[in-house]
Design a protein around this ligand. Structure first.
Ligand code: NAD
Ligand code: DAU
Length: 339
């Protein structure tokens, strides 16, 4: 028996970032009965343009920090759920400077859990498959809900810590929570520091794409709209206290994805540079989403990766003004790191 919950007034933290803003669009387009309050600090990764143009009676933006307990006291009462996306999300940044990751990912989650406890609010926690560490390239296994935690990077260790806080608050205080751990997302509004948008915008600006190491590392790609539909499914019908893995059987190694991008953009498939590998680089992520599919009946809509990738390339080509401002700064940072 699955629970059923119809949220009318939700807070989406990090709703001006990549996946959070896609979720806000998803709710506005598919669930007209639900109002969204976006709580976002607008770090380098947050852009209010991502939700600009959505109806003001459906979406309100509050600019602020999830670590600010006073702000949470002002805005949380009256909401029936928090969907927590806000995070420092980029592995390479966490290797260069872990501190903001500890603050936002660990303390920020703690503050939100405390606010939910105080005001009896349902909480859904957005997490990542990276909490499980990595799999060997020749290992046929995939991650499941019972895979032990084994994070590798400062980023993934702070996400793992935040997941454990959620579990402790659920068991100790009876908080109404669910957790989802998703694989690598792609789609519109993703920051140009990340793999797919970085390579697309490199080609669009006449720069050769940059591949870490040999490019044999495997990521399990899912379109961000499918992540959104899965989160909504878990928020409204997931069993309280449970974890659900989200994935769409999209495993590919990096060199394959890069060559697809090059070919789709009319370039030679060898037209890229190998650059310094990421320290501690996770080899392979792979999700077994059987629990979500069988228990809650969720299925992804974007099952053709080539189609989704082509649409993503088109989106970046058509939205230069959205990414051009941040591109130069991002590439300067990578250059300083030898990447
Ligand atoms: P992102 O970096 O694009 O966006 C993060 C957002 O959070 C930004 O809008 C930023 O301004 C906001 N933010 C950061 N610190 C904040 C703070 N202290 N207070 C309020 N807002 C703050 O991240 P993303 O890629 O969209 O990831 C969103 C969530 O999904 C993260 O929790 C991440 O761990 C998780 N996740 C990401 C992926 C992926 O492929 N990108 C996959 C699985 C899970
Ligand atoms: O698995 C989910 C995770 O996916 C999320 O938790 C993270 O928030 C999200 O950033 C993503 O992490 P990755 O480290 O897998 O994503 P990234 O886009 O940084 O890199 C994807 C792969 O591409 C990885 O193996 C490193 C490689 N890479 C990355 C960049 C930026 C390159 O080869 N070249 C690059 O320029």
């Amino acid at each position: 028996m699955v629970e059923s919950f119809s949220p009318k007034n939700i807070i989406v933290t990090g709703g001006c970032g990549f996946i959070g803003s896609n979720f806000v669009h998803y709710v506005v387009n598919n669930h007209p009965e639900t109002h969204v309050t976006v709580l976002d600090k607008l770090t380098y990764a947050g852009n209010p343009e991502n939700i600009a143009g959505l109806p003001s009676d459906r979406v309100e933006l509050v600019v602020g920090d999830i670590c600010d307990a006073g702000l949470l006291d002002r805005i949380v009462p009256g909401h029936d759920a928090i969907v927590h996306y806000a995070a420092e999300s980029h592995n390479d940044n966490s290797i260069a400077d872990p501190e903001p990751f500890l603050k936002t990912n660990v303390e920020g989650t703690y503050r939100l859990l405390e606010a939910c406890r105080k005001y009896d609010v349902r909480y859904h926690h957005i997490s990542t498959d990276e909490v499980y560490g990595d799999l060997a390239l020749d290992d046929p296994a995939r991650f499941t809900e019972s895979t032990p935690y084994h994070p590798s990077s400062p980023y993934s260790s702070t996400k793992a810590a935040s997941d454990l806080l959620v579990r402790a608050w659920t068991r100790t205080y009876g908080l109404r929570t669910t957790i989802s751990n998703c694989s690598n997302n792609y789609g519109p509004f993703q920051h140009v520091e990340k793999f797919i948008p970085r390579q697309i915008t490199n080609i669009l600006t006449g720069v050769r794409p940059k591949l870490y190491g040999e490019g044999l590392n495997v990521r399990d790609w899912i379109h961000t709209e499918d992540h959104s539909s899965a989160v909504w499914t878990i928020l409204t019908r997931g069993r309280i206290g449970e974890t659900y893995l989200i994935g769409a059987d999209g495993e590919r190694n990096n060199i394959t994805v890069l060559r697809m991008i090059l070919e789709m953009m009319g370039k030679d498939s060898d037209d890229f540079d190998h650059v310094r590998d990421r320290p501690g680089h996770d080899r392979r992520y792979a999700i077994d989403a059987t629990k979500l599919r069988t228990e809650l009946g969720w299925t992804p809509a974007h099952t053709d990766f080539a189609d989704g990738l082509k649409a993503t390339i088109d989106w970046y080509a058509e939205h230069r003004q959205w990414w051009e401002k941040t591109k130069e700064r991002t590439e300067a940072r990578y250059k300083a790191q030898g990447q």
